[in-house]
Design a protein around this ligand. Structure first.
Ligand code: NAP
Ligand code: MG
Length: 484
């Protein structure tokens, strides 16, 4: 795949950057260069925004059902090219190929869901308090949207933003993560093959994120920013966006508690914890279990079963059959995970498995890390307070329900939480008291298209998916009619 430069997608055309700047996309499993991509800067940002702006009027005036037809066409082509897309996801992100296929399969469903939701962008007729007046309320697309996405789900993070934006009648300039733009470019190609009009969807590839912050996210023609990434970058964007009161949607970091009560079914709880800690991009997901709280009465059975399951995980390059945990995205991320593990050990935690770099054989050139389990972790350790974003599982114990709810909520994050119990009354109490946007009760599969997803507190603003997902891309207008 090396050789020629992958161009970015602006106004329905494949284009290079002025001056010909490029950057390389590296396979995290072996550090080979898988592609060279155009490195966009200010002139390309201007062109992309101009194209999205010019396309807005016509696109927004299409009947929702007709916009939906384009979305369904995109969904169908993504389905046809699922394996091709999954291959790109594994190449640039590193996750196991089977997991990448599941991601692509899931990601394309957003086009189907929002194609249908477009037809339900209804308004309201409000009874007038005075005779001779009429009031109606309508929802209209905001305008040009800038979407900025992270590398951990190169397909889903893109479709979860662009499907509702396009469905509502907005046009989009997408800036994918610089580590994983290839999947986004392949999706652009699909939108082109599906006949989406030029300018409606544009992909700007660049590794100059500061410039994106300054030129794209502050562009006066950009009405709304949809951002998924870290809380710190989100805060910076919010500060800048304040100058123009831009509309914002944020999906930010998390610190998910995973709670196992004494009365939980052991096997599903162990499987759920392993899945939510290690089997979603090797722990590099915002909804991954970050703190595993185990009640004293089940700890003796849960902990050995969990360690045993973790020891059996296959850490391997994503294309190796049976691979379950791939490499981390880069050395910086691996070093951060390792530093959190070392810090916990220094402060009294017991490392009972993994917790070191994997450097031999198939692991030699990639950013692999042996899945770690830490016991005797306490709430004040950095590993329990920060988002780990990697294959390390800190285990904490607790005595009572009230106590664990208080501890689980004692964080600035509020994205996802999980708990296991067989007691229905407890299930309802705990679900209601956890201050999180997504709560898995005896479930560790995460969200689906039909439900709103987003964070409390510093984990975000707004919701993606569900009915709410499309509302994020609309303005509400009240029309007052004087009948004279
Ligand atoms: P990140 O560093 O915040 O980057 C996210 C995106 O923002 C990338 O496209 C990045 O470009 C861009 N960016 C970085 N600095 C910027 C700036 N100053 N101005 C404008 N754009 C900027 O996050 P990440 O490291 O890629 O992803 C991990 C984080 O994302 C974690 O905290 C995770 O929890 C969060 N996340 C949240 C969700 C959710 O739904 N809540 C989902 C997935 C991930 P570059 O790629 O060029 O740096
Ligand atoms: Mg980053």
């Amino acid at each position: 795949m090396t050789g020629d430069v992958k161009r970015m997608y602006i106004n329905g055309e494949w284009s290079l950057a002025e001056g010909g700047a490029t950057f390389d996309i590296v396979n995290p499993a072996d550090q080979s260069v898988v592609a060279t991509v155009t490195n966009g800067a200010a002139p390309e940002i201007q062109r992309a925004v101009a194209a999205a702006h010019a396309a807005f009027r016509e696109w927004s005036l299409l009947a929702p059902k007709d916009r939906g037809r384009f979305l369904l066409g995109i969904q169908e082509l993504m389905q046809e090219r699922c394996d091709e897309l999954a291959r790109l996801v594994t190449l640039e992100n590193g996750k196991p190929f089977e997991e990448a296929r599941k991601e692509v399969q899931f990601s394309l469903g957003y086009f189907g869901w929002f194609a249908e939701e477009a037809r339900r962008m209804t308004g309201e007729w409000i009874p007038s308090p005075q005779p001779g007046k009429r009031y109606w309320v309508l929802h209209q697309p905001i305008g040009c949207v800038a979407a900025v996405t992270p590398w951990n789900f190169p397909a889903t993070m893109v479709t979860r933003k662009i499907a509702p934006a396009l469905a509502s009648g907005c046009t989009v300039v997408l800036k994918p993560a610089s580590a994983t733009p290839l999947t986004a470019l392949a999706i652009a190609e699909i939108t082109r093959d599906a006949g989406l009009p030029p300018g409606v969807f544009n992909v700007l590839t660049t590794n100059r994120s500061r410039l994106v912050g300054n030129e794209l996210l502050t562009h006066p023609l950009i009405r709304k920013i949809g951002f998924t990434g870290s809380t710190d970058v989100g805060k910076g964007i919010m500060e800048t966006a304040a100058r123009q009161i831009k509309r914002l949607s944020f999906e930010l970091g998390g610190n998910a508690p995973f709670i196992v009560f004494d009365d939980a079914d052991l096997e599903p709880a162990v499987d759920g914890a392993v899945a939510m800690k290690f089997l979603r991009v090797g722990g590099q997901s915002c909804i991954c279990a970050n703190r595993i709280y185990v009640q004293r009465g089940i700890a003796e059975r849960f902990i050995p079963a969990f360690i045993d399951a973790v020891k059996r995980l296959k850490v391997a390059p994503g294309f190796e059959p049976g691979a379950q945990v791939g490499p981390l995205i880069n050395e910086e991320t691996r070093a951060k995970v390792h530093a959190l593990v070392e810090d916990a050990v220094k402060r009294g935690a017991r490392l009972v498995c993994g917790g070191h770099y994997l450097t031999e054989g198939a692991h030699a050139k990639g950013f692999f890390y042996a899945p770690a389990v830490l016991l005797d972790v306490t709430d004040d350790m950095a590993i329990a307070q920060e988002e780990i974003f990697g294959p390390a599982a800190p285990i904490l114990t607790f005595a009572a329900e009230d106590e664990v709810i208080r501890r689980a909520n004692a964080t600035r994050f509020g994205l996802a939480a999980y708990f296991y119990t067989r007691d229905l009354a407890r299930l309802m109490r705990v679900a209601e008291q956890l201050e999180y946007g997504l709560v898995g009760a005896n479930d560790a599969t995460g969200y689906t298209h039909e439900i709103p997803f987003g964070g409390f507190k510093e984990s975000g603003l707004g919701r993606e998916g569900g009915h709410e997902g499309i509302e994020e891309y609309t303005e509400v207008k009240s029309v007052v009619v004087n009948l004279g």
